[in-house]
Design a binder for this molecule. Structure first.
Ligand code: C5P
Length: 424
């Protein structure tokens, strides 16, 4: 998992309370640690009935705090081992984020009221960092007006809530109160930690995925784009604090937490969405056009399903001719607008003469940067998790080594941060 996210090097205090969803906090602790966060776990007494401190100690490689009165589990007396009596002050002071997952009705109520009778509630009271709560409880408890009032109080005071969602509960019933899944909680952490990043206050529009150009009610022309690269760019922009609109063609991915997602299908609807969200009265700071927009569409869309020809006795199948027309070039139209985005970035997926073709597009479409990739390479381009790209500007070309699509997103956002800073 990537070490290049906003979580790298961040001190996250993970508060685990007594819900069956505590077992999912183990996954959460593991993922956060893999992403480079320093995770200090505080467990309530009830939480230790569901999962042991040793589980978290093993996953985080750090001491686990389970009592206000006893020493940490696995502290070992090292420089990071705060004696428990001062742990609440130390943990609260140095944390970048306090994450309560799962957060029970009881702990939510205590923190809303300022009660402090165990290490976690004491830490929450002393904390100056952002707080995220991922509630997990029975639907009756969550919907009870007293819980709702506590949630509202905390929300008004700036606590960020991740869920809960409607789903299957420990009781076996469906209801509102199920904890959101660890990956989504991590998305909330990235959003909250990134909020004041270098793109704070900047509006970034990212396009992703393929488009589908309909032939008839059941068929379309499309391409192999999965949207992975565009979604990774959107996530990197959220990590940097941008206000992100993600305009996506049909893909099987969930949008990063915090982005405004606009779903489109064909080139025409992508064009309309890009113009509406990035130009005119709604000028974006940056447009990153990573979508693989179809260059051609069927000239006519049939209202009825096109029938195949009657079987004939001829040996060769009857040819079927499809007339195509070019789709509107969205980037070209955007950069011709007076109210164009401050920075416009395009992609060039090429199978031959990569650099020359990309450079020609940079000029023709009047872009600030073009990201070129050779789609014939096996470890890059469509469907792969890695990419091998060149950043091409009017000033020159930089060949980046093979890296994950996530990292390409980070490098692109770093480039954007610098470019926008030059403008000021
Ligand atoms: O001209 P070509 O399709 O190779 O250019 C690729 C770049 O142009 C990509 O950034 C793509 O999103 C964008 N594009 C567009 N409108 C189209 C086709 C591609 O904006 N109709």
């Amino acid at each position: 998992m990537s070490q290049h996210t906003v979580l790298a090097g961040k001190r996250v205090v993970l508060g685990v309370t007594g819900s069956i969803a505590a077992y999912k906090a183990a996954t959460l602790a593991s993922r956060l640690t893999q992403m480079g966060a320093l995770v200090d776990v505080i467990m309530t007494e009830a939480a230790t009935r569901f999962v042991t401190p040793l589980t978290f100690q093993s996953l985080t490689g750090r001491a686990v705090y389970a009592s206000l009165w006893e020493n940490a589990h696995g502290g070992g007396g090292g420089p990071d081992d705060l004696g428990s009596h001062i742990a609440h002050v130390g943990l609260a002071e140095r944390a970048d984020l306090l994450l309560l997952a799962p957060a029970t009705a009881n702990t939510i109520a205590k923190i809303a009221l300022g009660l402090a009778d165990d290490l976690l509630s004491v830490t929450a009271l002393a904390a100056r960092c952002p707080i995220i709560m991922a509630p997990a409880m029975d639907a009756g408890m969550y919907e009870n007006p007293v819980t709702q009032a506590h949630v509202e109080t905390l929300r008004v005071r700036g606590v960020h809530f991740a869920g809960p969602v409607v789903g299957r509960m420990a009781s076996g019933l469906e209801g509102m109160g199920r904890m959101v899944e660890p990956d989504e909680i991590i998305g909330h952490c990235r959003y909250v930690l990134g909020r004041n990043g270098p793109l704070h206050g900047r509006r970034v529009v990212v396009t992703a995925g393929p488009t589908r150009e309909p032939l008839d009610p059941v068929r379309f022309i499309s391409n192999h784009s999965t949207g992975k690269q565009g979604f990774a760019i959107a996530q990197a922009a959220v990590d940097a604090g941008a206000d992100v609109t993600l305009i996506s063609g049909p893909v099987a991915l969930s949008a990063p937490v915090g982005v405004h997602r606009v779903d489109v299908t064909d080139a025409d609807s992508m064009r309309a969405a890009v113009l509406a969200h990035a130009t005119r009265g709604n000028q974006a700071d940056a447009l990153i056009m990573s979508a693989a927009v179809a260059d051609f569409r069927p000239l006519r869309e049939s209202d009825e399903k096109i029938k195949k020809a009657e079987e004939t006795k001829r040996r060769r199948p009857a040819p079927f001719t499809l007339e195509l027309v070019q789709t509107p070039d969205i980037l070209l139209e955007v950069t011709q607008q007076v109210a164009r985005p401050r920075v416009t970035i395009g992609f060039a997926a090429e199978s031959e003469d990569l650099i020359e073709n990309a450079r020609a597009k940079l000029e023709q479409k009047r872009l600030d940067l073009i990201v070129a990739n050779d789609i014939t390479a096996e470890d890059a381009g469509f469907e792969a998790d890695t990419n091998r790209v060149h950043f091409i500007t009017a000033e020159g070309a930089e060949a980046l080594p093979l890296m994950s699509k996530e990292e390409v997103g980070v490098r692109l956002v770093e480039w954007l941060v610098e470019r926008l800073a030059e403008e000021r």
